[in-house]
Unconditional design. Sequence first.
Length: 363
Amino acid sequence: MPETPEALNLDILRDALSDAGGPWESGTTTMSLMEEHERTIRLGVPARPELPAHDTALLTAATAVDDVTAPSSFDLRNVGGVNYDTAVKDQGGCGSCVAFGTAATMENVYRFTHRTQTPLDLSEAHLFYCHARAEGRNCGNGWWPDRALTAARDKGVAFDDYFPYTAGDQDCSRLNADWPNRNAKVTSFETISGNVAKMKESISTYGAITACFNVFQDFFSYRTGVYRHVTGNLAGGHCVCLIGYDDAAGCWIARNSWGTGWGDSGYFRIAYGECGIETFQTCAAYGVNIRAWLPDQQILGLWSNEYDANIWAYGSTRGWIKLDSTVAVTSQTMLSELAAAKALNRPVGLFEDTDSIKQIYAW
């Protein structure tokens, strides 16, 4: 392991920010209050010192308008007045950032692509202490987003209540054995490192992507503004979930996994071309499906036509979803039960499996 550098002198940071024109504000954060070794353990990929701290070519590419089909700005927290983001979390004293960035991306892709307010909380513990551990990864050596997304595609990720996260190396024994019936899977993904146009297109189409970057010591004291590295040593590599971008401000919008006491309530903006954010490793998930019961759904709408296999229900938080039991008469029976529940204003349970309802329960 490389020797941990001395902590950054905050007076030097304030002077450097002033000299740079104050692109962002520093301050006391949960990270700046820690010892340097406590901060660096919260980074989860090896640093890539060969990447420039300021890449002017990528900055130019990110702000170019030619051949860009994505809108000029996007923020998953406000899409037509709707917030599709899920909650900021804290990875604690473990280099598990890849699991947190991947789980956040999966949650957001599911909610945004389905235009649903269904609560979704995936298990970072399952990703890291089961899937990553099987590949020899731990709190000290971290993981990689492409490996996490491969596991999420091929095996799936349990819901958080089936394996709640606590920081610190552990085995997979706490995973609920019923997790195959309460999990999410990525349908497909792609590594898009260095392709800023595809990064914007993927974020605005699917809601979020994962991205890694080099972290310098000044980043630990970030409070708000558009981050640019101004001073301090390279501390390591880190992965987060990008939920938006803003061409006018020239930045990506990211959700971190250091809790709400760091940054802008857990979020940060980072300038285009900064710290390898586009080129370190960036991955896009092109769809997420879940297999789980959705409880307490009020049926707000029903739709069908002359075709037996074309029956849809609108759940209060799930939105529109197709009824598909694979047997036409069963789907018709479910439709009748849901119609009765709607008429009596009674909640129902819907079992979603790969974008369709396979079972229901009604009272």
